[in-house]
Design a protein around this ligand. Sequence first.
Ligand SMILES: Nc1ncnc2c1ncn2[C@@H]1O[C@H](COP(=O)(O)OP(=O)(O)OP(=O)(O)O)[C@@H](O)[C@H]1O
Ligand SMILES: O=P(O)(O)OC[C@H]1O[C@](O)(CO)[C@@H](O)[C@@H]1O
Ligand SMILES: [Mg+2]
Length: 468
Amino acid sequence: MDPTTPSSGDHTASTPTNTTVTLPPLTLRDVPRLPAADPIPNPISSRPCFHPPPTFYISPGDVSLRHAFFDLASGTPDPLVAYRRAGPRGSLAVDPARARAALVTCGGLCPGLNTVLRELVVGLQELYGVRDVFGVAAGYRGFYGADVDHVRLDPAAVDDWHKKGGTALKTTRGGFDLDKIVDGIVARGYTQVYAIGGDGTMRGAVAIFEEFKRRGLHISITGIPKTVDNDIGIIDRSFGFQTAVEVAQQAINAAHVEAVSAVNGIGLVKLMGRSTGHIALYATLSSRDVDCCLIPEIDFHVEGKGGLFEFLYERIKQKGHAVVVVAEGAGQDLIPRTDDQKREQDESGNNLFLDIGPWLKSEVGRWWKREHPSELFTLKYIDPTYMIRAVPANATDNLYCTLLAHSAIHGIMAGFTGFVPGPINGTYSYIPLEDIAVAKNPVDVNDHKWAWVRSVTDQPDFLKPQDY
Ligand SMILES: Nc1ncnc2c1ncn2[C@@H]1O[C@H](COP(=O)(O)OP(=O)(O)OP(=O)(O)O)[C@@H](O)[C@H]1O
Ligand SMILES: O=P(O)(O)OC[C@H]1O[C@](O)(CO)[C@@H](O)[C@@H]1O
Ligand SMILES: [Mg+2]
């Protein structure tokens, strides 16, 4: 029996009780450290505006738990995993006067990239007094390309970067040549590397970290996870995601206006989300104008009984219009493709997707003409793909970017390496790079969030009768 179930059967409320539960042992999933030099007092202590009290610094025993909740009846995670809490340490393992930092952005754009860069530059120089901070242009290939610049950065140069979308350093995909990258890092005398990017960038950072170790180099590396799709696991969310959801509202509003203003109108919006539907899901929940949300995690069929088109027809008969939000990775199996198309990849080796938006638009149109030829029909398609990521971060993401950048700097200056800073259940923590590089974050279609989507859209499963 559940240990917390009261045994009495009467109907008066019981008084609160304490139930003691024995938890499994705690495992600290620690992050690597460079060999320690003589500790140096943290210079933040002597900064006039800080006056840090003893509790300001994170103690060596300060940890956060990976799982904040569990069901006592079905067993707790065993072992319980903990991570080191992020934040400033009382003493440094790195001499700021000898530090030389390289910042690089890789992969697709994401709101907040420039804020992270700004705060890395300002934090390194103003918190720790690191003077040699360089921006590496054009992603990982910038470490070795002859035609790319390494730009010296200081607080004045980056002052207004948080107000700008994109990345001032430029970004690229592909070009990951491990030997050349590490040779380039060594040749420029960098002692610390900050790699800002998504899952591919994190896998690249793991490879660089391993190569540092193999060559016996005392160079530290941290990855700052960036993905507008929110597809990186363990951390609560990735920066830029909330901004993207916010901007997506404009597209959904426009689709809604177009749909309600037409006779039998459909507004169709395609949103980013290659392998995960978080943007579509959150945009749907916030909007409440959406009748149907389609994400990569759930298969759907379009024609026939229980299909999407039948649902849309019925919704239009009820309300006069319908709004559909589709994530770019949804329904990929439905779109016919040639063998060549199946093999297409971008420069980083990511499979290229076919465009679900125009395909859905033309399929709905053809279906309507065939099934309801005498009824008027209008479908307006909106593709705000790059608009939702090529914008400056909103206030929440800007603050988040600052905390990530500062957490990264504090960790590096304390001597950690091969780690990623990120919030876990709201507590900023240091997570091994190798864990983040493989941690995915698909939409859990069995949890409450997806149930909320259903309650907002009242959409069915779009399964074929034989799949029920
Ligand atoms: N397995 C890997 N090992 C080493 N490097 C990798 C690996 N996967 C990707 N990279 C490199 O990391 C960089 C960024 O990868 P990618 O273009 O996939 O973007 P990303 O970081 O995943 O960001 P996003 O998916 O959000 O756009 C590229 O230079 C790519 O070559
Ligand atoms: O067109 P690009 O810049 O290669 O990137 C597109 C991809 O990048 C992302 O924005 C982030 O991974 C995806 O949502 C999208 O599929
Ligand atoms: Mg990626």
